[in-house]
Design a protein around this ligand. Structure first.
Ligand SMILES: [Zn+2]
Length: 201
């Protein structure tokens, strides 16, 4: 579940939306070429129309999606486990005295398996198949492309991308464009099987 906040010309509205609705909003934003980017909490921010700096009264509309359970800190061990699960074919195994996730050849310890589920980083379907939640995927993407700062006129992304511009603000705009591009590519890459798994919950 996500919490959606819509800001429009006449005010704002908000409410809960499903994971599949959140994906639909991202796909619509992609199709309409809106600017949108993943956020560190595992959500996304969508803005339209593009900001026109010459307009006198520019009404910027936006949708902010926040996961019900924010993704939180993703340490290296967690990221490695999520990467394994993200490869597909991960299963939740239940035995008389154990319940854990198996991804490929790796058995994720029981406590850690439970933590991944409690943090809503993974979802398990009725058949025991394990997938990354949309929030986990957005959170991982945002962590991969977080701004690491820099002096005025210079901004750097944690992926190594750098922006040089006359001012710090201009550099941040370049970096935002980069984050929007990688988020758009991510949404484009979401396959039908994943979308179906989300909808079947
Ligand atoms: Zn980047």
């Amino acid at each position: 579940m996500f919490h959606e906040t819509i800001v429009h010309a006449c005010g704002a509205s908000e409410g809960p939306v499903s994971e599949s609705h959140a994906l639909m909003l991202l796909r619509r934003a992609l199709n309409r070429r809106y600017g949108f980017e993943a956020t560190l909490n595992g959500g996304a921010s969508i803005r339209w129309p593009p900001v026109d700096l010459t307009a006198q009264a520019n009404v910027l509309r936006s949708i902010t999606l926040k996961p019900e359970t924010p993704v939180g800190t993703l340490d290296d061990a967690t990221r490695a486990r999520l990467a394994l699960i993200g490869l597909g074919d991960a299963r939740h195994v239940l035995t008389a005295d154990a319940r854990h996730i198996v991804a490929g050849d790796t058995q994720i310890p029981m406590g850690e398996s439970a933590r991944l589920r409690a943090r809503r980083l993974v979802a398990v379907d009725r058949g025991g198949r394990v997938r990354l939640t949309l929030a986990a995927r957005l959170g991982l993407l945002a962590h991969d492309h977080a701004q690491t700062g820099g002096p005025d006129g210079f901004a750097m992304c944690s992926c190594g991308f750098t922006a040089n511009a006359p001012t710090g603000e201009a550099a941040e705009t370049v970096l935002r464009g980069h984050r929007q591009a990688v988020t758009a590519r991510f949404v484009e890459s979401i396959d039908a099987a994943y979308a179906a798994a989300i909808s079947s919950r």
